[in-house]
Design a protein. Sequence first.
Length: 229
Amino acid sequence: MSEAGAGEQAAGGGQLRVVVADDQAAVREPLAAVLGLTEGIEVVAAAADGTEVLAAVDGAGPVDVVLMDLRMPVMDGTEATRRLSEEHPEVAVVVLTTFADDDSILAALSAGARGYLTKNAGRQDIVRAIRAAAAGQSVLDREVQDRLLATVRTARPAAPDPGSLPADLTPREREVLTLIGQGLPNRAIAEKLFISEATVKTHINNLFAKAGIRDRADAVRRAIAAGLA
């Protein structure tokens, strides 16, 4: 679903269809209940492991987003995310977990997760991440983003290659990529550059298309590798 599509859906009164996955009923059931009361979100299924996630997506009709725990029995969240990316690429995955170690973060993002939150996230953060994921955007918890930045910086070659980015990027697109690499969300980028958030999104879409960037996490890696952040 495109960002414009998500906006049209919300404007038209449509619901984002969400599956909540967590092996702990004490987490899964209250979370599903709270999200189910949120305007614009319909929880269509709750799952206790990865196999139930896949069955829910196959059987619950169209699903927009899966809110995915990582450590679950039978099939864990990383494997379920990988399977969804292969079999249902139209379904966005937002990880919600207690684990923020490098291995968990990188494995989930590599498997195709579009967002990654820790369970310290509040309801508004979770709702924002669900809506962003449905619109094709990535949302990373601040702690997760900091760890990802640290990991990429540690792995960065001593002499970054600015030529790793397309030559036809405009100065403004490079500015936007630099600010993404610094961990700024769209609103903060708009304020810093004195432009609208809609204009920032346009620059990001153009930038991603030109540079072949998959998502925001990939943009952070590319910005650091090119010496922009």
